[in-house]
Design a protein around this ligand. Structure first.
Ligand code: COA
Length: 428
């Protein structure tokens, strides 16, 4: 085996990720600290790699440290109130200079074409411009924040146009008002706003830590957005990732800027390297236990009250709980179905999805799980009784049958007054 074997293996295993990421839009936030890190050359190389693999890349950069240093050198005092810089008219030119310098530094690094650099042969085009329209942060608790701003609008179409042309779009924390004023906006917020406006596939924050940590200091590799606490600092990457996720960005990642390769590991390996904050929370489909009875009752009671489902007394549900399969999300039962055996036939019953979670293929997933269970019990067909949902069943391979076709035991229980329609599906 050659020395390159692990590399070849890793490269092959990254194929699904390369395919999945091609043509997708990623917004990458690089803080001022990250720009000063020893790992910056590798991070720039990774930007080039992503661009070369067909990722549409927007890079939003911060400049807090560089602005502090530059204003300090100019002898201009600057202050923060509640974590937000007060951008005075006096400090604004210095801030523009610091940001302008970073911008051209990144542009020059991305333009580097030396043979021994990852950029060699890539000919990356970098664009930046007035993509952010800003409004004043205003006067808060008596403090006039002057040229500190908030994002009012992201010119998403213009950014998308540049991305479609193959450019890396570079966005700073400066925004402009229609009256021509310049505002300094928090770059973490800018990244979140840009990602939301583009409905980006990923928003990635490069941070000092490995990712989000639990109380024992262990890395949390996944976190549904609902679990990001509401009281985290509004301008922190975690809070702004949550905000972007709430506004439609599918995946947000917090990855360390300190470790070489962390970004690629997170994007191109199964295990990842940082914390992924996802829009959809974890959902689990599993057999029900007696602890699920209360949750199932909560889910089906309104449907029983409307006469859509047959009423099941709690004791009956407890006795029959092993027949149920449930979908659980953040500890809440949002979907359920039951399989009652009648010889070699099974009745699919009590199929329900919470109204907030319908049309997400959960009914379909439960049907598949019930079918699998029925097959494992050597059943040859599934039948279902319904008053409201006939088409749902016929669209999924069921056909209507007569009461006579029911297994005798079930036929005797048929409620003629309810007059449900009957459907059957053979199991291949
Ligand atoms: C039927 C039900 C379980 C589907 O759950 P779900 O998690 O939304 O299921 P899916 O996402 O797999 O299917 C949704 C699709 O079924 C369609 N659908 C929902 N109810 C339907 C009905 N009564 N008739 C026809 N189609 C229906 C939806 O429009 C959607 O179609 P689309 O994919 O083309 O947009 C849910 O609507 C429900 O709880 N209904 C009330 C209880 C009920 O009627 N149970 C069946 C009797 S046992």
């Amino acid at each position: 085996m050659s020395d390159n074997a692990p590399y070849v293996k890793w490269f092959r295993e990254s194929t699904p990720y390369i395919n999945a990421h091609r043509g997708r839009t990623f917004v990458l936030h690089v803080s001022g600290e990250a720009l000063l890190s020893d790992n910056l050359t590798n991070i720039i190389g990774d930007m080039v790699l992503l661009n070369s693999l067909g990722v549409r890349l927007v890079v939003v950069f911060g400049a807090t440290v560089q602005i502090d240093q530059h204003l300090d050198a100019l002898g201009i005092e600057t202050r923060f109130v509640d974590g937000v810089r007060v951008t005075t008219a006096e400090s604004l030119p210095g801030i523009q200079q610091a940001i302008g310098k970073i911008r051209s530094d990144i542009e020059s690094r991305l333009s580097l074409g030396l043979v021994n650099s990852p950029q060699h042969g890539a000919e990356i085009v970098v664009t930046s411009g007035n993509f952010i329209r800003a409004k004043p942060y205003g006067v808060r608790d008596g403090v006039d924040f002057q040229h500190t701003g908030e994002v009012r609008k992201v010119h998403a179409k213009a950014i998308a146009g540049q991305l479609a042309a193959g450019a890396i779009v570079l966005v700073s924390s400066l925004g402009y008002s229609p009256s021509g004023e310049i505002f300094n906006v928090n770059s973490v917020e800018v990244a979140s706003e840009v990602a939301a406006a583009l409905i980006a596939d990923k928003l990635i924050y490069l941070i000092d830590e490995e990712g989000l940590l639990d109380a024992d200091g262990n890395l949390l590799t996944e976190m549904p957005m609902s679990e990001v606490p509401d009281d985290v600092d509004r301008l922190s990457p975690a809070a702004q990732a949550k905000r972007a996720a709430q506004r439609g960005v599918s995946r947000c990642h917090l990855i360390t800027f300190n470790r070489d390769g962390a970004l690629l590991e997170e994007l191109f390996t199964r295990d990842g390297a940082g914390t992924q904050i996802s829009r959809t929370s974890y959902e689990q489909i599993r057999s029900a236990t007696s602890e699920d009875v209360a949750g199932i009752i909560e889910l089906i009671a309104p449907l029983e009250a409307q006469g859509i489902l047959v009423k099941r007394p709690r004791e009956l549900l407890e006795a029959e709980i092993e027949h149920f399969i449930v979908i659980v999300r953040d500890g809440m039962i949002i979907s359920c179905a039951a399989l009652y055996p009648f010889g070699d036939k099974g009745e699919l019953a009590c199929l329900a999805t919470h109204p907030d979670y319908r049309d997400g293929d959960r009914g379909e997933a439960l049907l598949a799980a019930i079918e699998a269970r029925a097959k494992s019990l050597k059943m040859t067909s599934l039948f279902a009784l319904t008053t409201h949902t006939a088409h749902w069943f016929t669209e999924r391979g069921f056909r209507q049958i007569d009461v006579d076709a029911l297994p005798e035991k079930r036929r005797n229980l048929y409620n003629w007054q309810r007059n449900s329609k009957l459907f059957e599906k053979p199991l291949a």
